[in-house]
Write a protein that binds this ligand. Structure first.
Ligand code: HDE
Length: 750
C-alpha cells in the first residue's frame, strides 16, 4: 500500500505537470489558462468524406441530389461560422463585461448556440421510439411479374432502400434486448415513387381493428402513475388487457416465444402482417402477404442472456447491426410473397385474410421469393436519418394496393398524422432521408419548414397560366392504380365479421408447431411475466386463456404461479401444426457471429494467430479476452476480464491456460470465484458457466481444458476439447451452425 505521504507526493507532482501544460495568459481567458498542446493554430482541411458518401451536402443520405450548395453547411469548410456564415474568432468564451463580469445579452453567438441546443430534441415516436437503421439495396428477381406491375420487382432492377428496426414499447434510450415485438420498416426509393413496407418481426397483431391501438399501447406502456416498468410487458396493465381482450392472445404467444427476444436484427424474419392486393399489367389481382426471410436464419437470445444484455450492453442489437455492416458481413433478406386468390369472400382455406390476428401457414401457401435486400451502409448521422425517417403505409407504388383489413385502414391515417407533430409540419417528405428518388411534381405549397422554392404561378388544376401543367398520367404512364374493388352494399355499422371471433385456434396451431425446447421457453416466459403481476385476478384470467390454447401449457404455467389450472371454456381447436414456425432444426451460416477467445499471456499462445485468421475466414469475429489490455503475443486484446461478459459472444473458446495469479484479481472479483479452482480467474469461470447455461458452444485446447473441469462442464453436450486451436475451432463452428446446443436445455414438455 502507498503511504499517505506518497499519495500526496504523487498528487502534487501530477498537479505540477498539469500546471506546466497550462498557459496562464491565453488572450480572452486571463488566469484560467487552456492546454497549450491541444489544438492546431492553423485551420486544417476537413476530413474527406468516405468515397460512397459523396458530399453529404449535395446528396441525400440515400445518394439522391439535394440541390444544396456545396459550401452551405457545417463541418465542411475550414472556419467555424454562425448559422448566417459569419466567421467566428472564439466559441469557448461568452461575451462578458470584463473577465469576471456578467454575460452580455448582445452575445448573439452564445444565444444562437444555446438556443439551437435547447431545441435539439424532437418528440420521440409514440411507439417504436427505440430503433436503428441502415441503408442498402434491393434487387428484384422478376418472379413477381405475373402478379404485380411494380417496376422495382422486375428482374435485376436495383433500388435503394433504408430500413429501420425497432422495439415497440420502450423509450428512445431503452435497451435493445427487451421482450417485445420488433418493427421492421423498409423504405424502397423506387423509380415509381416510394414504397414503404412497414412491418414487424411477427406476422400477427394484438388487435383486429385500429380503433383499439391506443388501448393496447396504453396497456403495454409504463403505468401512468409511476412510469414503470420501462420497455416491458411483464406488468399488470398489459396482462389485464390481453386477458380481457382475447383476440390479443395470438400475438401474445409470439411475444412469449423466442421471437420476442431476437439474437440480432439480422436474424429476424419480417412480415407485412396485413394482406395486400397486387395488380398486374392486365389489371388482374391477387391477394398477397409479404415476408422477409433472413439469410442467416431466425435466431433468438436466451431470456437470461437478454436480461443480462439489457445491463451489459443496452445497444446490443444496434451494435451488432453496425459492426456486421462495417465488417463486410452485410445482412441479407429475401423478400417473398404468399400469393392468394382474390376471391369475393377474401378468405383462404377458411382463414379470413382481412383478420390481422391470423396467419396463412406456409405449408398451405408457400412463400415465393421475389427479390433480395442487402444492407451495406450505416447511417452517417443517426438523427438525420434514423430519427427523421418517416414511414407511411399509404406510400405504395403502382402494382401494390391495400385491402379492407380494418387495422391496415386505420394505419393509413395514423402515420402521416403522427409525422405532422413529430417532424413539425407537413413538409417532412422534403427531409433528405424521406425524399423520393422519383421526380416529385406536386402542388403542395408552403407550410412549416418548406425547403423548396417553387416556381410557377398556378399550383392548381386546371390552369392555363402555367400552360396547363402538370398533366395527369394515363394508363401507359405507369401511374398508381386504385384497384376498382367492388364495395358490397351494406349498412353503416360498428361491427366485425363473425370470423374475427375465433381467438384461439391459431394460437394453438403456433403452440403445437413448436419444438419441445421452444415450448419450454414459452412456459417460462408466461410464468416470468405473470409472476411479475400483482393482481391475482389478472393471472387467473390469463390462465383461462392458456387453458383454451393447451392444457399442458396452462398446467405448467399455473404450477409456476402456484395457482390451480382452470378448465378450457371453448373446445380445443383441431389444427395442423406448421413446422415452418419453429426456429430449430436447420444449419445456418455464421456470418458476423462473435467468438470470445480467452487467452492467458503466460499460457500457450501457439496457434493463436492462425486461430484468429481461421475465425475471420469463417466470416466470424474473434474477440481476444485477456487479463489486461494491450498486446498479447503481438495480437491486440479487445476485451479484458473486467470488460468482457459471456453474453457478448456466440461461443467461448479457451486458448492456452487462463490462470492468472489470484493476487492479480481485485479482491471484490475474487470473492465470487470460490467454487472453482482458486487459481482460475472467477470471471473466466463465470463466462464459461453462463455460456453453458445459455447453450452456447464452448471449446478449449491445451492446458485450458482445466477451466472446463473447474466449471463442471467438461464432457457435456456442446463442450469440445482438442489438442490444438484449429481442431477445436472446426468443432465449434459445426456447433454454431445450429445456433445453440439445444440438447443442453431441459425440456419438461415433449
Ligand atoms: Fe405502427 N405506428 N401502428 N404498426 N408502426 C407507428 O408511426 C399505428 C402497426 C410499425 O421505424 C407510428 O412514425 C396504428 C402494425 C412500425 O419509424 C404510428 C396501428 C404494424 C413502426 C403508428 C399500428 C406496425 C410503426 C409511430 C394500428 C406491423 C415504426 C411513429 C392501426 C405491421 C416505424 C410513426 C419507424 C410506427 C400507428 C399498428 C408497424 C403512431 C394506429 C400492425 C414498424 O403512426
Amino acid at each position: 500500500k502507498k503511504s499517505a505521504a506518497a499519495v500526496k507526493k504523487a498528487v502534487g507532482s501530477a498537479a505540477e505537470k498539469v500546471a506546466e501544460l497550462l498557459t496562464p495568459d491565453v488572450p480572452g481567458s486571463p488566469g484560467s489558462g487552456t492546454p497549450s498542446v491541444a489544438e492546431p493554430t492553423e485551420p486544417r482541411d476537413p476530413l474527406p468524406p468516405r468515397p460512397e458518401q459523396g458530399t453529404p451536402q449535395t446528396r441525400t443520405p440515400t445518394g439522391a441530389p439535394t440541390g444544396a450548395r456545396a459550401d452551405a453547411n457545417g463541418q465542411q469548410g475550414k472556419y467555424l461560422t454562425t448559422s448566417q456564415g459569419a466567421r467566428l474568432r472564439d466559441t469557448d468564451h461568452s461575451l462578458k463585461a470584463g473577465p469576471r463580469g456578467p454575460i452580455l445579452l448582445q452575445d448573439h453567438h452564445l444565444r444562437e448556440k444555446i438556443t439551437h441546443f435547447d431545441h435539439e430534441r424532437i418528440p420521440e415516436r409514440v411507439v417504436h421510439a427505440r430503433g436503428a437503421g441502415a441503408h442498402g439495396v434491393f434487387e428484384g428477381y422478376g418472379t413477381a411479374d405475373g402478379v404485380t406491375r411494380a417496376g422495382f420487382l422486375k428482374k435485376g432492377k436495383q433500388t435503394d432502400v433504408f430500413v429501420r428496426f425497432s422495439t415497440v414499447l420502450g423509450s428512445r434510450g431503452s435497451a435493445d434486448t427487451v421482450r417485445d415485438t420488433r418493427g421492421f420498416a423498409t423504405k424502397f426509393y423506387t423509380d415509381e415513387g416510394t414504397f414503404d413496407l412497414v412491418g414487424n418481426n411477427m406476422p400477427v397483431f394484438f388487435i383486429q381493428d385500429g380503433i383499439k391501438f391506443p388501448d393496447i399501447i396504453h396497456a403495454g406502456k409504463p403505468h401512468p402513475d409511476r412510469e414503470i416498468p420501462q420497455a416491458q410487458s411483464a406488468h399488470d396493465t398489459f396482462w389485464d388487457f390481453v386477458s380481457l381482450h382475447t383476440e390479443a392472445q395470438h400475438h401474445t404467444i409470439w411475444n412469449m416465444s423466442d421471437r420476442g427476444i431476437p439474437r440480432s436484427f439480422r436474424t429476424m424474419e419480417g412480415f407485412g402482417v396485413h394482406t395486400f392486393r397486387l395488380v398486374n399489367e392486365a389489371g388482374d389481382t391477387v391477394l398477397a402477404k409479404f415476408h422477409w426471410k433472413p439469410k442467416l436464419g431466425v435466431h433468438s437470445l436466451d431470456w437470461e442472456e437478454a436480461q443480462l444484455l439489457s445491463g451489459m450492453d443496452p445497444d446490443f442489437h444496434r451494435r451488432d447491426l453496425y459492426d456486421a455492416i462495417e465488417a463486410g458481413a452485410y445482412p441479407v433478406w429475401e423478400l417473398g410473397i404468399q400469393v392468394l386468390p382474390d376471391t369475393p369472400d377474401e378468405t383462404f382455406e377458411g382463414i379470413d385474410l382481412l383478420d390481422p390476428t391470423k396467419i396463412v401457414p406456409e405449408e398451405l401457401a408457400p412463400v415465393q421469393p421475389i427479390g433480395k435486400m442487402t444492407l451495406n451502409r450505416t447511417p452517417t448521422n443517426f438523427f438525420a436519418e434514423v430519427e427523421q425517417v418517416a414511414f407511411h403505409l399509404g406510400n405504395l407504388p403502382p402494382g401494390i394496393d391495400v385491402t379492407n383489413d380494418p387495422l391496415l385502414q386505420t394505419r393509413l391515417f395514423s402515420y402521416v398524422d403522427t409525422q405532422l407533430t413529430r417532424l413539425a409540419g407537413p413538409n417532412f417528405s422534403q427531409i433528405p432521408i424521406n425524399r423520393p428518388h422519383a421526380a416529385v411534381n406536386d402542388m403542395l405549397r408552403d407550410g412549416f419548414h418548406q425547403q423548396a422554392i417553387h416556381a410557377g404561378v398556378a399550383p392548381y388544376r386546371p390552369n392555363s397560366l402555367d400552360g396547363g401543367n402538370p398533366s395527369v398520367a394515363g394508363d401507359a404512364d405507369q401511374a398508381f392504380l386504385d384497384v376498382p374493388v367492388t364495395v358490397a352494399e351494406a349498412s353503416k355499422v360498428r361491427a366485425s365479421p363473425v370470423s374475427f371471433e375465433d381467438h384461439y385456434s391459431q394460437v394453438r396451431l403456433f403452440w403445437l408447431s413448436m419444438s419441445p425446447v421452444e415450448r419450454e421457453h414459452i412456459i417460462r416466459a408466461y410464468t416470468f411475466e405473470l409472476g411479475k403481476c400483482y393482481e391475482q385476478a389478472i393471472k387467473e384470467r390469463q390462465l383461462l386463456s392458456l387453458a383454451n390454447i393447451d392444457p399442458v401449457l396452462c398446467a405448467q404455467v399455473a404450477a409456476g404461479l402456484g395457482l390451480p389450472a382452470p378448465e378450457p371454456t371453448v373446445p380445443l381447436a383441431d389444427v395442423t401444426p406448421s413446422p415452418a414456425l419453429s426456429q430449430i432444426g436447420e444449419v445456418w451460416p455464421g456470418d458476423g457471429r462473435t467468438v470470445g477467445v480467452v487467452i492467458d499471456p503466460d499460457g500457450d499462445l501457439d496457434g493463436l494467430g492462425a486461430l484468429r485468421e481461421a475465425v475471420f475466414a469463417a466470416g466470424m469475429v474473434p474477440l481476444l479476452i485477456a487479463p489486461h489490455g494491450g498486446l498479447v503475443g503481438g495480437l491486440p486484446v479487445q476485451r479484458t476480464f473486467a470488460t468482457a461478459r459471456s453474453v457478448e459472444f456466440d461461443a467461448v473458446l479457451l486458448a492456452g491456460a487462463p490462470v492468472p495469479a489470484p493476487d492479480a484479481i481485485p479482491a471484490r472479483d475474487a470473492k465470487a470465484g470460490t467454487k472453482g479452482s482458486a487459481a482460475i480467474d472467477p470471471r473466466v469461470l463465470l463466462m464459461v458457466e453462463e455460456a453453458w447455461r445459455h447453450a452456447k458452444a464452448i471449446g478449449a485446447y491445451g492446458a485450458s481444458s482445466a477451466v472446463l473441469t473447474a466449471a463442471g462442464v467438461d464432457g457435456t453436450p456442446g463442450v469440445v476439447v482438442a489438442d490444438n486451436a484449429a481442431d477445436v475451432f472446426t468443432q465449434l463452428q459445426q456447433l454454431m451452425g445450429a445456433h445453440r446446443v439445444w440438447d443442453r436445455f431441459p425440456a419438461s414438455v415433449a
